[in-house]
Design a protein around this ligand. Structure first.
Ligand SMILES: Nc1ncnc2c1ncn2[C@@H]1O[C@H](COP(=O)(O)OP(=O)(O)OP(=O)(O)O)[C@@H](O)[C@H]1O
Length: 898
């Protein structure tokens, strides 16, 4: 491109095309884009010719002496219009002429007139310094100008063109007003123009004036922009030829730096030798990267021998490829020996390693991409987690801030049950709302409270409700979010969290799962400890100490494991209050059901529904209840029902508790029969033992994990918290009912009762070692898995425990066997019905066996006596783990494992 532009006329042609491009596209460009100055000048000059009307229809300026008179020197540069004579010195006059001539040789004839006019102006005002430099450095000396020189010149010309154009217009106007002394003789004056021509002239003049005004406006705007200088100036890109040229140049140099400019051609060794070496045209050889040889030739000699060869051009080089440097050197030596070149005249060989820019960038690309990706990922990770930007945001707290006005709509009315907890926590609300009430009496405000309890019991909900009630910002963060793989991040996040909170007082901080960082420090030392967690805990302790009593920041924390928390956390002055939230009672469950049933469309009698559902769900936490209600709505939706009815709720509870029905599990008829008699054994025991929990349902549909069938009972008196010996013995006997029934009805027994034995053994052991219900006496032995090797009792005691457990289990077995032997016929009836129907409800058992001989508790009777229900009762198994079942609420599930 540089070579192209440097060729005579190309630069001018190029700029003309660019200028023309600007003129023609002008209408399509945005209106605020300024018109090219060069194009403005050309247009002005054309208009001026018409408006001056000197050539009688010929757009060219009047030229009495013909075209030749425009030649420099002939008319002394005097403008045909009659401008004053040049006041320049002879040398300056020559400079101007040289300059104009130089350009005339490079632009089309149609633009010569424009250059003549420029000469006129220059003769009046002298040659500007920059142009003078150009003339003296290049035109006078004959030294060729570089592309950069031309670019500089073009820039300067562009800068001056508009002022030249303006001056010429002024000159025309002056001439028209007659203020300029005219040298024209009266007989040379223009004849009267026809009317049409005059109106055309008028239009032209109007256009001219508009153009002039636009130029003025532009200049004013420029000056204002520069003059103001206070606010930031908006960079404005002007698409004029000068800018275009500069950009083209920059692009060209960038392009050249990536792709070296030299033209080259590949040669063979033979061509090289015959064409250049033998003729003595080679000046130098350069071995590049040990693989290619660049041949530098004596240019002048080549130009003389082969004037048309491209090798005569300065940038042209030949290359040839070599196998190895040694082979190349050997061949070159041989060739030069053959040619008889003396050693001091031999061709110089240079060696170089060359790495093009593109290759260098390619080499760096993996590193750049890696660093870029790490940066990008760190930004994304930090941004996603909490809006911090970049890797530098890692020490910032990840707490989410909820705004009481928008985010937290939860009130205490949304938290059902847990009345005691609410009363406790209400104090924090009053403190946040009316701190003066406490302060005036000199009372210190509690700093925080730990809410502890099983999962899903509503700890987070209660904390949110506290924030919602008190109308303060709420910062929620999980304990595990403090811990990162980087040392020092935990404490830094704690500091940041508390600093944020202090800025937003009054507010509540809620740290969920605080046991993740608040574990007792003494217990961690085993196995190396965890310094990072410890220092995070220390930071929390420090921050909580650092509160002023007047700082209205309340810290609430939730945990499922209050027992493992560090004592320092729990001391007064930090988490002063310890609020235990247990699974809801029957009454609590009813309230929670009421809260969640509000969102459900159901036509059932709400009081009956709530009572029955809560009776069916002993041991359920608030989250389980919310899940069941939602699941029931999903079941109903699956059936395209209009409302959610009792059946859907029961299916939902059964599904939540027992797992999905395993329809794909097909048992053989013998297996099914065994399962039916096993479950019937449990059912009969549950029906006839006085202290056993009343049976609700028995089923032989496989469900969940490994249960081939199950019998379900509910505590007769609702939630029970104590069990007497009779109840325990009856429960154990009932649990053994499956195996005893198998023994009574089949020749052999199956492995299906092993889970029953597990339960019975654990229960009997607990009676001996914990409940003081054996001849071992009132002793408590902890069941500590870590103490397996070192039992806390002697061998003798171990033997006594062993024999006592055996005795109790044997007694339960005898009790069960006696009953089932007596009720063998009833077992058969129930088992056969079970085989036919797969599921038997309490009503079915009443039908088959008659009413239960012992009256059930009133609460139980209210919902499950078959009268209050709206159809077949099919209460499902409640969700409690084995230990809880045995120890607390008396619910039992006797699965028949696969
Ligand atoms: N007392 C309640 N009243 C109404 N809904 C409740 C109640 N308790 C729990 N829930 C329901 O259970 C959901 C989960 O409760 P929450 O997250 O507060 O339990 P959590 O005790 O904090 O559990 P975790 O210990 O696992 O963090 C709540 O969103 C709510 O729908």
């Amino acid at each position: 491109m540089a070579a192209y532009l440097r060729q005579p006329g190309n630069l001018a042609r190029y700029s003309r095309r660019a200028a023309a491009g600007v003129i023609y596209r002008r209408s399509a460009l945005p209106s605020r884009l300024p018109q090219s100055k060069l194009s403005a000048f050309i247009a002005l000059r054309q208009l001026r010719c018409y408006s001056s009307g000197q050539s009688g229809g010929d757009p060219r300026p009047p030229n009495k002496d013909g075209p030749e008179s425009n030649k420099p020197g002939q008319n002394g540069g005097q403008r045909p219009g009659g401008e004053p004579e040049s006041k320049l010195s002879k040398e300056e006059q020559e400079n101007v002429d040289l300059f104009i001539q130089h350009f005339k040789s490079r632009v089309p004839v149609s633009q010569h007139r424009m250059l003549d006019d420029m000469r006129t102006i220059m003769q009046r005002e002298g040659l500007p310094e920059e142009l003078k430099d150009f003339v003296t450095q290049h035109l006078r000396t004959g030294k060729p100008a570089s592309l950069l020189d031309y670019a500089r010149l073009t820039r300067f010309m562009t800068k001056h063109l508009s002022s030249y154009a303006k001056k010429l217009i002024e000159l025309d106007e002056e001439r028209e007003r007659g203020t300029v002394k005219s040298e024209q003789k009266p007989d040379e004056q223009q004849p009267q123009k026809p009317q049409e021509e005059q109106s055309q002239e008028e239009q032209m003049r109007e256009k001219l004036r508009q153009q002039q005004e636009r130029l003025k406006d532009e200049k004013n705007k420029d000056q204002q922009g520069q003059g103001q200088g206070q606010g930031p100036r908006i960079f404005e890109f002007r698409l004029d030829p000068a800018n275009f040229l500069v950009m083209a140049m920059i692009s060209y140099y960038i392009y050249r730096s990536f792709f070296p400019s030299e033209n080259s051609k590949e040669l063979t060794w033979q061509d090289f030798r015959a064409g250049f070496l033998d003729k003595g045209l080679v000046e130098k050889l350069t071995v590049i990267n040990g693989a290619r040889v660049r041949v530098d030739l004596h240019r002048e000699a080549v130009a003389r021998v082969h004037p048309d060869s491209p090798a005569a051009q300065p940038n042209f080089v030949y290359y040839f490829t070599i196998g190895s440097v040694e082979a190349f050197e050997r061949r070159l030596d041989e060739a030069q020996n053959e040619l008889g070149i003396p050693s001091n005249e031999r061709i110089a060989v240079a060696y170089m390693d060359e790495m093009p820019w593109a290759a260098a960038i390619l080499n760096l690309a993996p590193t750049i991409i890696l660093i870029g990706s790490i940066f990008f990922l760190s930004r994304r990770a930090a941004g996603g987690a909490g809006g911090q930007s970049g890797i530098f945001g890692i020490g910032k707290s990840r707490a989410r801030r909820f705004n009481h006005e928008t985010d937290i709509k939860i009130k205490f009315s949304d938290v059902a049950g847990m009345d005691e907890a609410k009363v406790e926590i209400m104090e924090f609300v009053s403190f946040l709302k009316q701190p003066e009430r406490f302060q005036k009496l000199g009372a210190k405000i509690p700093r925080g409270a730990i809410l502890s309890g099983p999962p899903g019991t509503g700890k987070t909900l209660l904390a949110k409700a506290t924030a919602g009630e008190s109308g303060v910002p709420f910062f929620s963060v999980s304990g595990s979010e403090f811990v990162e793989m980087f040392v020092g991040v935990g404490p830094s996040r704690v500091r940041d969290l508390f600093a944020n909170a202090r800025k937003n007082t009054p507010c509540i901080i809620f740290i969920d799962e605080i046991d993740a960082i608040g574990k007792s420090r003494a217990k961690q030392s085993f196995g190396g400890g965890n310094d990072e967690r410890e220092s995070t805990l220390n930071q929390i302790l420090t921050e909580m100490d650092g509160f002023n009593t007047s700082d209205q920041v309340v810290v609430l924390a939730g945990t499922n494991r209050p027992d493992v928390l560090d004592k320092a956390l729990m001391r007064p002055g930090r988490f002063d209050r310890h609020i235990a939230i247990d699974r809801p009672t029957m009454d609590g469950r009813q309230q929670i059901f009421r809260v969640h049933l509000k969102k459900i469309v159901t036509s059932e009698d709400i009081d009956y529904l709530v009572g029955r559902l809560s009776a069916l769900t002993p041991g359920f936490a608030g989250a389980d209840i919310a899940n069941c209600v939602n699941e029931a709505a999903l079941v109903a939706a699956r059936e395209n029902a209009d409302t959610v009815v009792m059946k859907h709720f029961e299916q939902a509870i059964e599904r939540v508790v027992g797992g999905l029905e395993k329809k794909s599990l097909v048992l053989s008829p013998e297996e099914k029969r065994t399962v039916a008699y096993h479950e019937a054994g449990h059912a009969i025991c549950g029906w006839y033992f006085r202290w056993a929990d009343p049976l609700l349902k028995v089923s032989i549909i496989p469900r969940g994990q490994g249960a081939l069938g199950y019998a379900q009972y509910l505590p007769a008196g609702g939630d029970t918290y104590l069990m007497n010996v009779n109840q325990m013995m009856d429960r154990m006997a009932m649990t053994l009912g499956g195996r005893v029934s198998e023994e009574l009805h089949f020749d052999t027994v199956t492995s299906g009762a092993s889970d029953d034995f597990n339960k019975v053994t654990r229960m009997a052991t607990a009676m001996v070692t914990k409940f003081g219900m054996s001849k071992l006496g009132y002793i408590y032995y902890e069941e500590d898995p870590q103490q397996q090797l070192h039992k806390p009792f002697s061998e003798d005691t171990a033997r006594t425990i062993d024999s006592e457990v055996r005795r109790i289990v044997a007694e339960a077995n005898k009790q069960c066997r006696d009953l089932l032997t007596e009720k063998k016929k009833e077992i058969g009836i129930v088992a056969e019905e079970l085989l036919a129907k797969e599921v038997l409800s309490r009503d079915d058992l009443v039908r088959l066996l008659g009413p239960r001989p012992y009256p059930d508790g009133s609460e139980f009777a209210k919902y499950f006596d078959g009268t209050g229900g709206k159809g077949v009762l099919a209460p499902p198994e409640p969700p409690r783990s084995d230990e809880e079942t045995e120890g607390k609420d008396g619910r039992d599930q006797t699965p028949f494992p696969a």
